[in-house]
Write a protein that binds this ligand. Structure first.
Ligand code: BES
Ligand code: ZN
Ligand code: MN
Length: 515
């Protein structure tokens, strides 16, 4: 090769390295202000179906009915989600009408309104948002929270697209009160969701078990009453975690068990424990997945991100609860050391598992994580969160996560929290007969059914459930259906949703947090 050709190659390689340098997007700055609206920036006006009210009505009157005329001409009715940009109307440089429908404005509706205000407004770098009529003192904070969640983006790997920082101002009757509510109670949630989405969006070559641990340590730096520990391979060997270790052994990047412990209540109060599946890339292992769509399997660590970020949120907002995140971190690869179909693994519980498919790895890593959770923490409540099965997607689409529990009261709490936060879950059965599909000739159980199996999500839940003591209040969330979106929703951009943080936050607020 000629010297100049070599030099050209070197320059090309250097350019690739350079353009991959992170240039993280600045998050949306959120502020609160009083009633006065600026005329030279974008003003977002809520419009309910059936007539103008509040600021929109006042601006319409001041402009001799200009808003109503524009709405009529455009066929804008105020249905939830409808938007209409207007320029130079009624003395305002830029107005954005956002429909809020005709129903009472719930938290989810307010968040969606805030998200639309932040994402649909164009033209100016500051967006001024009017709070809908007839809402309570928490409404401005919900709007701000929705705006923060909806404006999330992940563009660190794009070169030359640094977007200007944007500012969102919520105009509230009592801005000091609104700001205090937001900062204390909701901003930590939006920040924690962004932390988790960043982890999930990272490709497999940028995020592996030890890197996940490192980023978690960075995120918790300076947060009070928290300890972050990571069990390495020798530590897990000592505890006999043969299932988690088995999944990790096909990769050059060793597995970890990450434990984040937040103490926000009495020393003797049992904690709430969230255990997450953290497969930083799921190739399927020796039971290799088909190539098409495999790139999506970087999101197979969403459960771990959700569990960790849930505790980050609780710690940052100073929730009066003890809470633990346990992230079962491994990369599922078909390296020379990989486990094979037919292998028998011994779990920390002592139970043995015959591996049928190495692609059913989530339940393997979680079996050791939930055993560790129960032995060490004796949890008040144990929730495991996992992108566990393709079957739950087939059953529920991307509208619901699958919920499994043997405890009706716990199931109801989770269903309610899901509904309140817009992170909807649908309960699916744990029929005792699912155990029949996973009896093994050689070990205590099989990791998955042999051949064509039905009720795949239920069988996955059944395997995890066989490591849960009957007295442990437990719920399993199969989030494979909702962890990644191909089409954006108002507060969930395309890509990583980090589903479950809002739901689990609400669950704690309603049932596990001291007042
Ligand atoms: N990570 C996958 C499940 C998954 C599929 C998540 C699609 C998100 C989108 C999981 O590890 C897996 O491969 N499950 C198998 C289980 C089977 C081998 C019993 C599946 O669902 O096919
Ligand atoms: Zn997986
Ligand atoms: Mn798999």
């Amino acid at each position: 090769m000629s010297m100049s050709r070599m030099a050209a190659l070197f320059v090309a390689a250097a350019a690739v390295a350079f353009s991959a340098a992170p240039a993280a997007a600045a998050p949306l700055a959120v502020e609160f202000a009083g009633a006065e609206l600026p005329r030279n920036q974008t003003v977002v006006l809520p419009v309910a179906e059936g007539g103008l009210a509040g600021s929109a009505a006042a601006i319409n009157a001041a402009g001799q009915g200009a808003l109503e005329q524009a709405m009529q001409a455009a066929g804008f009715k105020g249905k939830a989600g409808e938007v209409l940009p207007l320029y130079g109307v009624a003395g305002y440089r830029s107005l954005l009408l956002v429909g809020v429908g005709k129903d009472a404005l719930t938290r989810v509706a307010l968040e969606d309104y805030g998200a639309r205000a932040a994402t649909k407004a164009t033209g100016t770098d500051a967006v001024h948002v009017v709070v809908p009529e007839g809402t309570d003192a928490e409404a401005p904070a919900h709007i701000a929270n929705g705006a923060a969640l909806g404006s999330y983006g992940f563009d660190k790997y794009r070169s030359g697209t640094a977007k200007p920082a944007r500012k969102l101002v919520v105009h509230a009757a009592n801005p000091q009160d609104a700001e205090q509510r937001y900062k204390q109670s909701w901003q930590p949630l939006a920040e924690s969701v962004a932390f988790a989405r960043d982890l999930v969006n990272e490709p497999g070559n940028a995020l592996w078990p030890e890197e996940f641990v490192q980023r978690t340590r960075d995120a918790f730096r300076g947060v009070s009453n928290v300890t972050v520990e990571a069990l390495d391979v020798p530590a897990m060997e000592k505890l006999g975690m043969g299932a988690l270790l088995g999944v990790g052994q096909g990769s050059k990047r060793p597995p970890r068990l990450l434990v984040v412990h937040y103490r926000g209540a009495g020393a003797n109060d049992a904690p709430v424990v969230f255990a997450g599946k953290g497969i930083t890339f799921d190739s399927g292992g020796i039971s290799l997945k088909p190539g098409s769509g495999m790139e999506q399997m970087k999101y197979d660590m969403t459960g771990a991100a959700t569990a960790t970020a849930t505790v980050l949120n609780l710690a940052k907002r100073g929730a009066k609860v003890n809470a633990v995140a346990i992230a079962a971190l491994a990369e599922n690869m078909p390296g020379g050391g990989a486990i094979r179909p037919g292998d028998v693994l011994k779990t920390m519980s002592g139970k043995t598992i015959e591996v049928i498919s190495t692609d059913a790895e989530g339940r393997l890593v979680l079996s050791d994580a939930v055993t560790y959770a129960q032995v060490r923490f004796k949890p008040r409540l144990l929730v495991d969160v996992a992108t566990l099965t393709g079957a739950v997607r087939t059953a529920l689409g991307d509208d619901y996560a699958g919920l499994f529990s043997r405890h009706d009261a716990v199931a109801q709490q989770v269903l309610d929290a899901g509904h309140k936060t817009g992170e909807e879950v649908w309960r699916l059965p744990l029929h005792p007969d699912y155990a029949n599909g996973i009896t093994s000739d050689i070990a205590d159980i099989k990791g998955s059914a042999s051949g064509r199996a039905y009720a795949g999500a239920g069988i996955g839940a059944q395997v995890i459930g066989s490591f849960i003591a009957p007295e442990t209040p437990w719920a399993h969330l199969d989030i494979a259906s909702v962890a990644w979106l191909d089409a954006a929703q108002p507060t969930k951009p395309r890509g990583a949703t980090a589903f479950g943080i809002r739901l689990l936050d609400q669950l704690v607020r309603d049932h596990y947090e001291a007042r």
